[in-house]
Design a protein around this ligand. Structure first.
Ligand SMILES: Cc1cc2nc3c(=O)[nH]c(=O)nc-3n(C[C@H](O)[C@H](O)[C@H](O)COP(=O)(O)OP(=O)(O)OC[C@H]3O[C@@H](n4cnc5c(N)ncnc54)[C@H](O)[C@@H]3O)c2cc1C
Length: 483
């Protein structure tokens, strides 16, 4: 978008609606909003606005709708598929100022939060009363609950507890024309169509969520965390399937391969894993104390039968926290190995783990790009991290192509192209791997009901060949730079 008279007028109008200091239009400061955690495609917004209430969000949206100006909702921008990226100079509506925990009802076990509340803050706030908010993306120190709703985020403990949609009771939602609606209810009012479920995971394409009613869970009485080191990825994968098939339901069951282990050991929370270990399993059991010890013994026994090199139970909270910090910072730790990485998010049946990991290793050899694997093994949600250097000509394109081949493998074994990171910009062209044109058409018809002109987060999720080709800039380049 050019900085012409109409742009200046828009900035003045938005400042009038929100007041001074709530509209960012300085091109240098807009740089920080060129992308989210998916850095391969960038676009500088024409402005970023910071509303502080539902009324302000609605007023901004009404204005933008009236003037047919497209906009993009944004939380913390930790998304990994480009969902919050303003690829074509849209106005970004940042929800980070709306970060209040509005109400906590311990008796009925729910809280009402604004969308900009950082995920972990809610568990911290309720911890002293023995409660927590279960969905725990590894980015939970930064990502917002609004962004979690946008992506229907998961996390390590979602194996047992479910993803965001299982923990959201109701939503207040500003529609793309500025109307405000309330869907769902704190007591589970599920009569009629489940609009709450529809909005969750819609990646900001159906409107902007401005208040969220979430479940609070009582913290489990006991926890046992088991760490197992394996000499082969195959043995570790087989241990994962066997634990689950024995009827044990771990709170979390995570795995890292050798390259990922190298990265985390060079990071901020090294555990001291042997350098030649091929796979680490982190398994957590939680619930009433009774029976936990026995389940932990059984899990250890499964690992031993799968030729584990070393297996042990955390000696206490400090050791458990170290193991988890080591695992949860794995993506960021890739910076120790490579200037750039692209993280994929394929889902596969658990039983296909050994086969799929072998095929990913083949793709890595073939493409000449290293791939580290860090993943939620218990629910078959893979995160292959493709390491590349965008300064080398053609390498970004090779990384994208490699990611696409990995997702094809996931689709071939009956899995999916995304488990929790969403489609955004990144996987638009991958949708055809699992959906027919007709399937996609059904979904796009839903978007048309509320977002007929596609003003709200345009160009996300769904492939539109003619439009995509027109709109997509070269990889790594901003689509629009205000001058
Ligand atoms: C190191 C790292 C680890 C991660 N680990 C996990 C993980 O374990 N599990 C997981 O699921 N994800 C993970 N992610 C991805 C990311 O953190 C999640 O997708 C998270 O939910 C994004 O939240 P956010 O506040 O950053 O949202 P953003 O990135 O700002 O936005 C995400 C999407 O939601 C939309 N949106 C944002 N706010 C609203 C709103 N109020 N109303 C409507 N739409 C909105 C945006 O338009 C966009 O489409 C990880 C990311 C990183 C960087």
């Amino acid at each position: 978008m050019r900085r012409d008279a109409s742009h200046r007028k828009m900035i003045e109008d938005l400042e009038r609606i929100l007041g001074p200091g709530r509209v960012l239009s300085d091109p240098l400061r807009l740089l920080a909003y060129e992308c989210d955690g998916y850095t391969v495609q960038k676009g500088r917004p024409s402005a970023v606005v910071f509303p502080g209430s539902t009324e302000e969000v609605a007023a901004v949206v009404r204005y933008l709708h009236r003037h047919r100006i497209p906009f993009v909702p944004r939380g913390a921008g930790t998304g990994l598929s480009g969902g919050a990226t303003a690829l074509n100079g849209e106005v970004v509506i940042s929800l980070v100022r709306m970060n209040r925990i509005l109400h906590i009802d311990y008796e009925n076990r729910y809280a009402i939060v604004e969308p900009g509340v950082v995920n972990r803050k809610l568990s911290e706030r309720t911890a002293s009363r023995g409660y927590y908010y279960a969905p725990d993306p590894s980015s939970q120190q930064a990502c917002t609950i609004g962004g979690n709703v946008g992506e229907n985020a998961g996390g390590p403990h979602c194996l047992k507890y479910g993803v965001t949609t299982h923990h959201v009771l109701a939503l207040e939602w500003v529609l793309p024309d500025g109307e405000v609606a309330l869907v769902g209810g704190p007591n589970g009012d599920d009569i009629g169509y489940d609009l709450r479920g529809l909005v969750i995971g819609s990646e900001g394409t159906l409107g902007i969520v401005t208040r969220i009613w979430v479940r609070l869970l009582k913290k489990p009485a006991g926890v046992r965390t088991v760490l197992a080191l394996f000499d082969t990825v195959e043995d570790a994968s087989r241990a994962v399937s066997e634990v689950i098939s024995r009827g044990i339901v771990p709170g979390a069951l995570e795995m890292m391969d050798r390259l990922a282990i190298r990265a985390v050991e060079a990071g901020a929370y090294p555990v001291g894993y042997p350098e030649d270990i091929e796979a680490v399993l982190l398994l957590e059991l939680d619930g009433p104390e009774e029976g936990l010890e026995e389940q932990a013994r059984e899990a250890v026994d499964v690992c031993r039968r799968r030729r584990v090199r070393d297996v042990r139970v955390a000696s206490g909270e400090a050791e458990r926290a170290l193991w988890w910090n080591n695992r949860k910072t794995a993506f960021g730790a890739m910076g120790n190995l490579s200037p750039d990485y692209l993280v994929q998010d394929g889902v596969i049946p658990r039983s296909a783990l050994p086969e799929v990991l072998a095929r990913i290793a083949e793709i890595s050899r073939d493409s000449g790009l290293r791939i580290a694997n860090v993943f939620h093994a218990g629910d078959g949600n893979l995160h292959p991290l493709i390491l590349f250097d965008s300064r080398n000509p053609g390498e970004t394109e090779r990384a994208v192509e490699t990611g696409s081949r990995v997702l094809q493998v996931c689709a071939d074994v009956g899995g999916s192209i995304t488990g929790e990171h969403g489609v955004g910009l990144e996987k638009i062209n991958e949708m055809a791997k699992i959906f027919s044109p007709r399937d996609l058409d059904y979904q796009m018809k839903i978007r048309e009901v509320w977002n007929p002109e596609e003003l709200c987060n345009p160009g996300k999720i769904f492939p539109r060949p003619a439009r995509c080709i027109d709109r997509q800039p070269p990889l790594g380049r901003p689509a629009s730079v205000p001058v």
